[in-house]
Design a protein around this ligand. Structure first.
Ligand code: CP
Length: 357
């Protein structure tokens, strides 16, 4: 039995296979109407969501399955102090697969270690959002006809934007990819992605502050929202919130074939006037998210049927004498969860949130 916690849990071949399955679902939806009959998806959302939760639910319903769950922590026993691990163990008795969103980084990973059914990370704090990346990959493939040999610009909040982290990890494994990282200095890409992925694998990238200066060279422009809910200092958010606004005028300098993606929700970083530009792919991206989540549910339930036992945790190289200081890491709140770290690119990193310890 496998879970999806990081996009690196899947090989490139598996990602390509998910895209092929999603395209087959789009072409022949009737083939899949009963594919998950009598199966149940639990959506455990401890944080707000529109697209991820509803597309997961639509995906399971279109596969003939059923859904149960909650959309806020306050309506679950987390409000009474129940741990993520106990929640996951309990829900394993009611459902066949879990999609979990949580504000604490590493929470879905902890759930996957406790659950006896597959767990999907539907977004953990500022860390990762691998199923958004599945939507992004299908969108890029559909818009450009390939996933290799392109320049990808990522613009906005690269520090707290979890979708950016997972997308870089996914795209870095395709041939001929380079990145232009466009952000204010305060919101640059964190080093667990920059060092741990880009530097480690010698992926070309530049870090710039100007969208106007970069847009002409891009094949994909991935806009992101400044993530207000992750800021400790509201004044800092107010200062940075309008850093980038993509307008129809700025689009004039872009390639005619460039695709504009955004994980959404949008606040003001893309003018609504851009929506009518054929290069604006972000609402098509939301549809692609449902198709890829259907393909993902099929894959994980199929693998669980073949091998119902949870994979053993690989603790090779783990040390237990380093303390994670990231206040947003699940290790700070989960009962009796040991601090654990492993060496990666010259530094010890927490095994739950990947921050240096
Ligand atoms: N892209 C995304 O995660 O959107 P939601 O927060 O609405 O799920």
């Amino acid at each position: 039995m496998r879970s999806l916690i990081s996009i690196l849990d899947f090989s490139v071949e598996e990602l390509d296979q998910l895209i092929a399955t999603a395209e087959d679902i789009a072409a022949h939806p009737e083939k899949y109407w009963d594919a998950c009959k009598h199966k149940k998806l639990a959506t455990l959302f401890f944080e707000p969501s529109t697209r991820t939760r509803l597309s997961f639910e639509a995906a399971m319903l279109e596969l003939g399955g059923s859904v149960l769950g909650f959309s806020e922590a306050g309506s679950s026993s987390a409000a009474k102090g129940e741990s993520v691990a106990d929640t996951a163990k309990t829900v394993s008795n009611y459902a066949d697969i879990i999609a979990m969103r949580h504000p604490k980084e590493g929470a879905p990973y902890v759930a996957s270690r406790a659950a006896t059914i597959p767990v999907i990370n539907a977004g953990d704090g500022s860390h990762q959002h691998p199923t958004q990346t599945l939507a992004d990959l299908l969108t890029i493939h559909r818009e450009l006809g390939r996933l290799d040999n392109m320049v990808i610009g990522l613009c906005g909040d690269l520090k707290y934007g979890r979708t950016v982290h997972s997308l870089i990890e996914a795209m870095s494994r395709y041939e001929g990819i380079s990145f232009v990282l466009i952000s204010p200095k305060e919101l640059m890409l964190p080093d667990f992605v920059r060092v741990g992925m880009l530097d480690k694998h010698h992926i070309p990238y530049t870090e710039v502050t100007s969208l106007e200066g970069a847009i002409a060279q891009l094949d994909v422009l991935y806009m992101t929202r400044i993530q207000r809910e992750r800021f400790d200092d509201p004044a800092e958010y107010e200062r940075l919130k309008d850093s980038y606004v993509l307008t129809a005028e700025k689009m004039e300098a872009a390639k005619k074939t460039m695709a504009v993606l955004h994980p959404l929700p949008r606040v003001n970083e893309i003018s609504v006037k851009v929506d009518d530009d054929p290069r604006a792919a972000y609402f098509r991206q939301t549809h692609n998210g449902k198709l890829m989540r259907m393909a993902l549910i099929l894959k994980l339930l199929g693998e669980a049927k073949e091998n119902p036992l949870r994979e053993a945790i690989d603790t090779d190289g783990w040390v237990y004498d380093k303390v994670c200081r990231n206040p947003k890491c699940i290790v700070q709140t989960e009962q009796e969860l040991p601090h654990a770290a492993k060496m990666a690119e010259g530094a010890y990193r927490c095994v739950y949130c990947e921050q240096k310890v």
